[in-house]
Design a protein around this ligand. Structure first.
Ligand code: GTP
Ligand code: MG
Length: 428
């Protein structure tokens, strides 16, 4: 069981936590400003923030993360506040975690463990639950020793010496490996089924909504498709990929996929466990890359999202930038860096609906540029193809003639191949 899960199961929370981080020399922000995002994560993880300690240094200390003097300052703050937990803004090596725990006598969580803890709390579907469990197990294996010392302390540390501990760690490690294998097997079954679902909609034009966590992806999905997916002011509300039809003016339907949000320093165990979920979304023809335009960190968020996309092999997918939360932006000049970022961008409010017409027009314009225009002949005895043509293509003109219905349509190559295979003819 991970430290974070022990917290959940042994405790009547919420726990008071002190946040710690390091920042380069010359960063003039205050400690709470430097640790603002970690505070949001901690808040989502249901911790109460009792204090913040940030140290200016080039690199974290390899043994204790903070330097000696800062660690003493932190120990005093722990003493004063009675905080039970210290949360670190970076991933800690097993040794760093153990050393800080020993110096302070509190539980230490690092950023990855905190994110894993939130994911575990928010996972609903069997797939998301297994993916989080797998990520937690992968994270735990190299850290077993540290967790074991922690357990010993909880039990009072009586009568357990190094040898017994080592033996126990070996035992635990083989149990973890067995559980990892089970999770991977169960996930493969679910992922196989999902992959088949994705293949059946391969001919339909699909758009993936991607962006930093809390950018408003699920809210936009709901506004455009009445999907009724959960949208909340907390980080990582969405952990599954949901795909819904979005009906454009004129009747054409494209698919929209909403998926898990990204964040700076996302634990790589999570990225690999959630690979199938992300792949399901990123198997798209186009990305709507959402940014919360009202955030002072919008441009950094955008860079993080670009980096994660790159690492997932989706760096080259075409995209439309959607700058969201327009209703909360007072000073439009703050958006200049986003505009400079390049590409097509549309300013919207997913909440009020402002700008959604522009977004639709931009998409229709994009489809007009990338799709081909053909004249299809649908023989009278293939009339059953009509609904599919109307929802899967943009119909520009139509006329009824002796040999059937002639439709001038705009469509993807995949959709053209599908319709030709099912009895439509292409007029050359
Ligand atoms: N003011 C304002 N708030 C918005 C807008 N769009 C979304 N929000 C709010 O932002 C918060 C996050 O919205 P979500 O749609 O859950 O964001 P998400 O990108 O799906 O987030 P995760 O699934 O957690 O990654 C919610 O409280 C929304 O109501 C908007 O246009 N204006
Ligand atoms: Mg969401």
């Amino acid at each position: 069981m991970s430290d974070a899960r022990q917290l959940q199961s042994t405790a009547a929370g919420p726990f008071e936590a002190i946040l710690i981080g390091v920042t380069p020399h010359g960063d003039e922000r205050s400690a709470p400003e430097i640790l603002e995002e970690l505070a949001e994560l901690a808040d989502t993880g249901e911790f109460v923030i009792a204090g913040c300690v940030a140290q200016h240094r080039r690199h974290p200390d390899p043994n204790t993360y903070l330097g000696r003097g800062k660690l003493d300052e932190l120990a005093e703050l722990v003493e004063q506040t009675g905080a039970k937990v210290v949360i670190c803004d970076d991933s800690l090596s097993p040794a760093q975690g153990r050393n800080i725990e020993q110096a302070l006598g509190t539980l230490v969580l690092d950023r990855s463990e905190l994110i894993l803890h939130i994911f575990a709390h928010h996972a609903r579907s069997p797939q998301a639950k297994l993916q989080v469990e797998l990520a937690q197990l992968l994270y735990q294996i190299p850290r077993l020793k540290r967790m074991w010392t922690h357990l010993e302390r909880q039990r009072g540390g009586i009568g357990v010496r190094g040898g017994a501990g080592e033996k126990q760690i070996d035992l635990d490690r083989s149990e973890l490996r067995a559980r990892i294998a089970t999770c991977q097997r169960q996930l493969q079954v679910i992922e196989g089924r999902k992959a088949r679902e994705v293949r059946t909609r391969a001919d339909q034009f699909t758009i993936a909504l991607v962006g930093y966590t809390n950018a408003g992806k699920s809210t936009l999905m709901n506004s455009l498709t009445q999907a009724g997916v959960l949208a909340e002011d907390r980080l990582f509300s969405t952990l599954d990929t949901r795909t819904r039809p979005w009906r454009l003016p004129g009747g054409r339907v494209v698919l929209l996929s909403d998926t898990v949000g990204f964040i700076r320093k996302l634990p790589h165990q999570l990225v690999s466990s959630f690979h199938a979920t992300l792949e399901e979304a990123l198997n798209a023809d186009l990305l709507f890359l959402l940014v919360d335009g009202s955030s002072p960190h919008a441009i950094d968020h955008l860079h993080t999202v670009e980096e994660v996309l790159e690492s997932l092999g989706a760096g080259n997918l075409p995209r439309i930038y959607v700058v969201n939360k327009r209703d909360r932006i007072d000073d439009m000049s703050l958006l200049t860096p986003l505009h400079r970022h390049g590409g097509t961008s549309v300013l919207v409010s997913a909440r009020t609906g402002a700008g959604l017409g522009d977004l639709t027009d931009t998409l229709v314009g994009y489809l007009g540029r990338i799709e081909r225009e053909v004249e299809l002949v649908v023989p009278h005895d293939a009339g059953h193809l009509q609904p599919e043509i109307r929802s899967g293509t943009t119909v520009l003109r139509e006329e009824y003639r002796e040999d059937g219905c002639h439709l001038h349509v705009q469509l993807t190559d995949a959709m053209l191949a599908r319709l030709l295979a099912r009895g439509a003819r292409q007029k050359t």
